[in-house]
Ligand binder design. Structure first.
Ligand code: HEM
Length: 563
């Protein structure tokens, strides 16, 4: 069905035009993609042609050399395929492969199936930690892939002179659109789009977003107050779920000027959250073997999760264009360059894909960070009391707890959040960068061949005694406040929860404000404790955290009482 709507100031937009690169009379899109888009869809390595060749070759051989029969063709297929796979496996596992000198599990050397299965399990962060503990700073995690955890690798891989994103990121773009999301842009195209993002995230932009967040926080607190009242002074709340409602609603405000009301509804009534979560998880899994994607997309109906996500994006963007800019400027306003800074206006489809990215990148990350902080406070009552006392002293009355102007005074709370982000970075292992074709490179003192994909997993780096000691696995917020001593290691350069370099988190400062505002408002208003301390919703909650590029968690059941 063709979707159309009227913009407040101009003609109408047709989303079929966006998808098919056509331009109807009156469509807002402006000139064709190639002249205005900051990116184009690259040609991708696909499975289709090799698959076709492998299947056709034995048929041709049999028909040329033997009698063409089903049995002969099947036998020939079996010989060709097993010889092909065996020779690939022998090459990858053998001493001829350029990564032969890098240790790692045998299965990882010969096929991507190992990392595919690992991602599916959600245990990637924990398994990588075990492997690095066993093998050292560099581990081979795929036929042409390594994981590196020397702190120098952060700067050398992500920083100036580092490497571009690998094919892992390709599936994060909608193949039906003639553009890519910021997360999947490289080089100049990335720098151009990121410039617009950075303008949106400047101090004036942040101030506006903060007011939007404050409104959402007030809704969440009033829902909690209601539950406490109904529960005769206490309420049992799944804080992990409520933080997701909060961050999802807030990201909806930012990306599409609102329209999501999970806080108001107390849940995912429209199934939107589920769509986003399933879409992000499916993408992360398929991103392990991106060359399968174009072939996979040809199977009718196979891509139903991404189709739902796409429909959701179209509808949200449609509603935003229809509504126009509200009282406060959202990120859409900045990304669409509604205040006319750019010589050439960004095309609508760039903003559409980045709108979805805002929701995927900004909701689970922040909600996991909030949940993990609360979890640590519940596990460490003495630290909780100290953080609460600091909030009380900085914000003597409850209303002021949403004032970000005093965040600098929240030294201990900031250290507690930073320590949470260290022990459990919401993007625990991230995506890889790729060394270009040509020469091998020396990274953190190791020679890594051309065309290798490199992971630099924050979860492992943050728990290395070389970077944080003593007690790298302990929750010790004080480590960020103590003055340096010979007995301690605190490597600030190894803290990479927001990644590093030109493609680090585009909303790092916003995320910090969000974390400080939400935690101080909660600590100020409630006393909290685990409902069932000795369970998976209590002290064992950490074991429910799964790494699907972004993090998935189980419920975190907390008893709230008003202070
Ligand atoms: C505690 C909260 C957050 C954490 C820990 C976090 C972490 C990260 C990390 C590690 C990356 C790099 C990913 C990669 O290279 O594969 C990233 C990128 C990104 N983040 Fe965040 N993020 C947070 C919140 C947010 C929020 C609230 C937004 C949206 C408003 C956001 C938007 C983005 C975008 C757009 C990128 C891609 C940047 C680029 O490629 O240039 N993030 N984030």
């Amino acid at each position: 069905m063709r979707r159309e709507y009227k913009d407040a100031t101009a003609g109408s937009v047709c989303f079929l035009c966006i998808q098919h690169g056509t331009q109807r009379a009156g469509c807002l899109l402006g000139p064709p993609w190639s002249t205005t888009s900051t990116s184009t869809v690259s040609s991708r390595r696909t499975l289709t042609t090799p698959l076709f060749a492998v299947l056709l070759q034995p048929i041709l051989l049999v028909s040329a050399l033997h009698t063409l029969s089903v049995l002969n063709v099947l036998a020939s297929e079996a010989i060709v395929i097993s010889t092909l796979f065996a020779s690939i496996a022998i090459y990858r596992a053998g001493p001829w492969h350029p990564l032969a000198h890098v240790p790692g599990p045998f299965a990882a050397r010969i096929s991507k199936y190992w990392s595919f299965k690992l991602l599916l399990s959600g245990e990637k962060h924990r398994v990588l930690k075990e492997l690095h503990d066993k093998y050292g700073d560099v581990v081979r995690t795929g036929p042409n892939e390594v994981s590196m955890v020397h702190a120098d690798a952060i700067r050398e891989v992500f920083g100036t002179g580092g490497f571009q994103k690998g094919p892992f990121y390709e599936p994060w773009s909608d193949p039906t659109l003639p553009t890519k999301a910021l997360l999947n842009l490289r080089g100049d195209a990335h720098a151009n789009r990121r410039r617009i993002w950075n303008r949106g995230m400047n101090s004036e932009g942040l101030k506006g977003f903060e007011q939007v967040l404050a409104k959402r926080l007030v809704i969440m607190l009033s829902q909690f107050d209601k539950m406490v009242k109904e529960g005769n002074g206490k309420a049992t709340v799944d804080l992990a779920a409520w933080f997701s409602y909060l961050t999802f609603d807030f990201m909806g405000d930012l990306a599409f000027g609102g329209g999501f009301d999970m806080l108001r509804d107390g849940g995912d009534k429209n199934g939107l959250w589920a769509i986003i979560k399933q879409g992000a998880k499916a993408t992360a899994i398929i991103a392990q073997t991106p060359w399968v994607v174009p072939t996979f997309n040809m199977i009718p109906g196979a891509n139903f999760i991404m189709d739902r996500l796409r429909r959701f994006a179209m509808e949200s963007a449609s509603a935003r264009v229809k509504a126009g800019t509200g009282e406060s400027k959202d990120l859409w306003y900045h990304l669409m360059d509604e205040d006319n800074h750019e010589k050439v206006k960004p095309p609508l489809h760039d903003v559409l894909v980045d709108g979805v990215l805002v929701i995927v990148a900004g909701s689970d990350t922040s909600s996991v960070a909030l949940s993990y902080f609360i979890y640590q406070m519940m596990c460490h009552p003495e630290l909780y009391a100290r953080a609460q006392a600091e909030v009380d002293s900085v914000y003597p009355d409850a209303e002021s707890a949403l004032d970000s102007g005093r965040h600098d005074e929240l030294k201990f709370l900031t250290a507690c959040i930073q320590e949470s982000l260290r022990l459990f970075p919401p993007v625990p292992t991230g995506g890889p960068r790729k060394i270009p074709a040509g020469d091998a490179k020396i990274i953190a003192g190791k020679l890594i061949p051309a065309e290798t994909q490199i992971y630099v997993p924050a979860y492992v780096i943050h728990r290395s005694p070389k970077n944080f000691s003593p007690g790298p696995d302990n929750y010790d917020p004080e480590r960020w406040l103590r003055s340096s001593s010979d007995k301690e290691t605190l490597n600030h350069a190894a803290f990479m929860s927001f990644s590093y370099g030109a493609a680090n988190c585009a909303a790092k400062h916003l995320a910090w404000r969000e974390l400080l505002m939400a935690t101080s408002a909660l600590l100020k208003r409630y006393n909290m404790k685990f409902v069932a301390p000795e369970s998976k919703t209590g002290k064992d909650w950490e074991s429910t955290m799964k790494d699907f590029f972004v993090t998935e968690t189980g419920g975190l059941m907390i008893e709230l009482t008003t202070r």
